[in-house]
Design a protein around this ligand. Structure first.
Ligand SMILES: Cc1cc2nc3c(=O)[nH]c(=O)nc-3n(C[C@H](O)[C@H](O)[C@H](O)COP(=O)(O)O)c2cc1C
Length: 208
């Protein structure tokens, strides 16, 4: 039995295109893999900790090979708890709206909290290289009001997909399937784009 972690980062719920496509994915996944566990993480319902003070200092203590203080160790347990839930998955599905060409801040907040030395990544001083410590495969569902595909002339503005996918690769998740619903502010064409992306999501999910 595999565990799929679904991470939702749009607050628009019923009106969200990325969530609509993700729901098509999850319904198809459930049919194809009835015994798997689906863990749903709605980042707008999660109270993520401020990443400062003892929690931030703990990160630097770990990176510098120093012993974290008692207060740092206590603060770090919350990071470990959030990372443990993330790391427990075998497969990941992200639904991601574009906000100001990049990621919505709740998703960036989550990334900043869980991307930690000794948990998500490690550094080898001898070779000077970083390694990702997370295993699994990913489907990333992206929504954007405009369109940023190759040839659109707007490619350089798209910081959404590189931000997510470079981070995923850094922590070890390089097997990534991308599903895009673009032009969601374009009236009737948006409904068709969402339907097409939902059909693609259902197809991908059956073999995921
Ligand atoms: C705060 C905010 C910033 C946005 N910035 C952009 C943007 O830079 N480029 C773009 O194409 N659309 C932008 N949009 C539009 C969203 O990408 C679009 O509505 C998309 O469908 C959101 O995903 P959702 O429907 O899953 O919520 C923005 C929307 C919001 C709320």
């Amino acid at each position: 039995m595999a565990t799929l972690l679904y991470i939702e980062s749009s607050p628009r719920k019923q009106r969200s295109h990325s969530i609509k496509v993700a729901e098509a994915f999850l319904a198809s996944y459930r049919r194809a893999h009835p015994d798997d566990r689906i863990d749903r993480l709605d980042l707008w319902q999660e109270s993520l900790p401020r990443f400062d003070g003892d929690m931030l200092n703990a990160k630097y203590s770990i990176m510098h090979g120093e012993n974290p203080s008692a207060a740092e160790r206590t603060a770090w347990t919350e990071v470990e708890r959030l990372f443990k839930r993330f790391d427990a998955a075998d497969k990941y599905v992200f639904s991601v709206p574009m906000w100001n060409f990049g990621l919505p801040y709740v998703l960036k907040h989550y990334i900043d909290v869980i991307t930690q030395p000794g948990l998500a990544w490690s550094f080898d001083p001898a070779s000077g290289s970083y390694s990702g410590l997370v295993h699994g495969k990913v489907t990333a569902i992206y929504a954007s009001g405009g369109a940023y595909h190759a040839g659109s002339g707007a490619e350089a503005f798209d910081l959404q997909k590189p931000a997510l996918e470079n981070w995923l690769a850094f922590i070890g998740l390089t097997d990534i399937t991308r599903i895009v619903v673009a032009g969601t502010l374009a009236g009737p064409a948006a409904a068709k784009a969402t339907d097409d992306a939902s059909a693609e999501a259902a197809r991908v999910a059956a073999g995921f």
